[in-house]
Design a protein around this ligand. Structure first.
Ligand code: FES
Ligand code: FES
Length: 157
């Protein structure tokens, strides 16, 4: 198969790649750019572990063709911190012990940021509803919901 040349931005850096027509964004990110913070969970769009932003919108990178990000801006978990300063959502997850094995955490954090962009003051029910596509096998979700709520409150104050 002929490879497709693409140019795109990842975490603020211009990148170029030659991708197979059927190559997935998650493989481009993890295997070619070594951005392994994005996790490969189910591979079929059911766990949310592979969530990244494309033009600031959350997408499942296991269901996104790499060729489709030509000209787009990608943000992964590695792009959230500003130098040594973590994103407020990362701080809140740490503070609330919303991380155990950490496998779901990058996708959780990106989805939670997208939630607060759409709805800066979500109720617990709204948080649980918005986050329903992100599966965690460890925490039981209570600390994750608390972390998101506390982050929303810290941004507001
Ligand atoms: S790995 Fe993409 S949704 Fe599970
Ligand atoms: S912390 Fe382990 S899957 Fe969520």
């Amino acid at each position: 198969m002929n490879k497709i040349p693409i140019k795109f931005t990842v975490n603020g850096k211009q990148r170029e790649a030659q991708v197979e027509p059927n190559e997935l964004l998650i493989n481009l990110l993890r295997e070619e750019l070594y951005l392994t913070g994005t996790k490969y969970g189910c591979g079929v769009g059911e766990c949310g572990a592979c969530t990244v932003f494309v033009n600031d919108e959350p997408v499942l990178s296991c269901l996104t063709l790499a060729a489709s990000v030509d000209g787009q801006q990608i943000t992964t978990i590695e792009g959230l911190a500003k130098g040594s300063e973590l994103h407020p959502m990362q701080v809140s997850f740490l503070k609330n012990a919303a991380v155990q094995c950490g496998f779901c955490t990058p996708g959780m954090i990106l989805t939670a940021i997208a939630l607060l962009k759409e709805n800066p003051e979500p109720t617990e029910e709204e948080i649980r509803d918005y986050m329903r596509g992100n599966i965690c096998r460890c925490t039981g979700y209570t600390q994750i919901v608390r972390a998101i709520k506390e982050c929303a409150e810290s941004i507001k104050s």
